[in-house]
Design a protein around this ligand. Structure first.
Ligand code: HSE
Length: 399
C-alpha cells in the first residue's frame, strides 16, 4: 500500500457549525480530491440539509468501512472524540481533528499512538481557526531559537471584549451575539474563563517548544469578571484589554505558560486585533517579532483549516514533533515576573495576590485596584482563590 493515498474518502464525526461548513468548503473546492462518504451524528433522525442515507449514529459504520481512509472528528465531547481518534488510528485510518481539549489532555498518548500505528493525526484547526499556526511552528520554526509565542487564541473572548470596549455592549449582550454567530463553545465558560485558550496554548507549546504542558496546571484567568472600572482604567491609559495566552522562554531554558487578559498598548501587535479575529506574535532570537493574523472562530474559517489538513494528507504530510525529537525541550517554570493590574471589590481581597512591589494603588468604597510586580509562581499560589470572585486581573508586561 502507498504511504499515502491522494483521494481522501472521509468519514466525518459531527455536523455542527464546523462540520456543516466543512461540507460546503469541500463542495466549493473542486481540486480538493476529497469526498465525505458518511457522517456520524448523535441524533441521526434530526432533519439535515443533506440526504438521510449519508448519516449514521454508529461509529462502527465509519471505523469499519475499508473505503474510508480519513476520519475527520469535529464533535464537542472530548472523551468521545478521544475514543473515536484512537479507534480510527488503530483501524489504519488517518485523522484530522479540531478538538483542542481532547488533544491537549492526551497529547503524549496521541503522539505514541501515531508512532505505533504509522498513521497521522493533524489538527491545525484546533488552535487559531484559519491561521496555520501549528504547521508553521512545526515546519518553519524548526530550530530551538524561538523565544515566545503570544496570542489571542480565543475568538469569542476577543469578540466580547471588542464589543464591550468599542460598542459599550454589556457582557451578556456580547456573549449572546458570539453564541448566535457560532463562535462560542456550547458551554461558553470554556471560552470566557480561559479554558479554551489554555488547551490551545498547550498545543502550541508542543509544536513550538516540544513541551507537553498539562492544561489543568497552567495559570488561567478569563474575562467573565470584567467590569466598567477595568475598561475605564484601560481607556484612561490608552490600553485595550485583550485575552492573551503566552509561552515565554526565560533564563536557564525555562518556559512559562499562562492565560490572562493583557492591558495591551498601541505598540503591541495584538492591539488592533478585534472581534473574532486571532493574532499570534512569534518572537525569535534572530528575527525579533513576526505576526500572524486571521479569523480564529466561525464555521467557514475553521472549516477551511480542516480542509487544509485534509489536503495535506494527499501528499502524505504528518507532524514530526521536531522540537521534542531533535532538541532538549525547556522545563516548565514559573519564576518569571509580571506587572499586573488587580481590581477587587472587597477590601479583604486585597491580600489575595502577593506583590513584590506596588507602583499604583487606588481605593474607593466601591472598588480598588493595585498595579504592581508579582511572579507567575505567586499567581499560581493565588489561582484557585481568585475564581468566582468579583475581581479582575490583567498583566501589562512580562519583565
Ligand atoms: N470557541 C472558540 C473560540 C472556537 O471562540 O475561539 C474556535 O476554537
Amino acid at each position: 500500500m502507498a504511504a499515502y493515498e491522494r483521494k481522501q474518502t472521509i468519514g466525518l464525526f459531527g455536523f455542527g457549525v464546523v462540520g456543516e461548513s466543512l461540507y460546503h468548503v469541500i463542495s466549493r473546492s473542486p481540486a480538493s480530491q476529497a469526498e465525505i462518504k458518511r457522517i456520524c451524528i448523535k441524533h441521526a433522525r434530526k432533519e439535515r440539509s443533506l440526504p438521510a442515507e449519508m448519516f449514521c449514529s454508529d461509529a462502527g459504520e465509519i471505523i469499519g468501512d475499508a473505503e474510508i481512509n480519513l476520519v475527520v472528528e469535529l464533535i464537542d465531547d472530548p472523551e468521545k472524540a478521544y475514543e473515536i481518534v484512537c479507534s480510527a488510528l488503530k483501524a489504519g485510518k488517518n485523522v484530522v481533528s479540531g478538538n483542542k481539549k481532547m488533544l491537549a489532555a492526551n497529547m503524549d498518548n496521541l503522539i505514541r499512538l501515531q508512532e505505533e500505528t504509522g498513521m497521522a493525526l493533524l489538527y491545525d484547526a484546533s488552535a487559531c481557526g484559519s491561521i496555520p499556526v501549528i504547521r508553521n511552528l512545526e515546519e518553519y520554526y524548526d530550530t530551538d531559537l524561538l523565544l515566545s509565542i503570544t496570542g489571542i487564541l480565543n475568538g469569542s473572548s476577543n469578540y466580547i471584549l471588542s464589543r464591550a470596549f468599542h460598542n459599550d455592549a454589556t457582557y451578556e449582550e456580547a456573549l449572546a451575539k458570539a453564541r448566535e454567530l457560532g463562535f462560542a463553545e456550547s458551554n461558553p465558560s470554556l471560552d470566557v474563563d480561559g479554558y479554551d485558550a489554555v488547551y490551545k496554548l498547550s498545543i502550541l507549546a508542543q509544536h513550538g517548544f516540544g513541551v507537553t504542558a498539562d492544561p489543568d496546571k497552567l495559570f488561567r484567568f478569563g474575562i467573565s469578571t470584567l467590569d466598567r472600572a477595568d475598561i475605564r482604567f484601560a481607556r484612561e491609559r490608552g490600553y485595550r484589554i485583550k485575552p492573551v495566552a503566552q509561552a515565554v522562554k526565560y533564563s536557564g531554558n525555562r518556559l512559562a505558560l499562562f492565560v490572562m487578559p493583557k492591558m495591551a498598548g498601541p505598540g503591541d501587535h495584538i492591539y488592533n486585533v478585534e472581534d473574532e479575529y486571532n493574532g499570534v506574535v512569534i518572537e525569535g532570537t534572530f528575527y525579533d517579532k513576526q505576526f500572524m493574523f486571521g479569523k480564529g472562530a466561525g464555521g467557514y474559517p475553521t472549516g477551511s483549516s480542516v480542509l487544509s489538513d485534509i489536503m495535506a494528507r494527499t501528499h502524505g504530510y504528518r507532524y514530526e514533533y521536531k522540537k521534542r525529537r531533535y532538541f532538549t525541550p525547556p522545563a516548565e517554570g514559573s519564576s518569571v515576573k509580571l506587572e499586573v493590574y488587580f481590581r477587587y471589590n472587597k477590601p479583604e481581597q486585597s491580600n489575595l495576590i502577593d506583590f513584590e512591589s506596588i507602583s499604583e494603588k487606588y481605593i474607593t468604597s466601591d472598588y480598588s485596584y493595585v498595579v504592581g510586580i508579582t511572579s507567575l509562581e505567586k499567581l499560581l499560589v493565588a489561582r484557585d482563590k481568585l475564581y468566582g470572585q468579583p475581581l479582575f486581573l490583567a498583566f501589562t508586561r512580562v519583565l
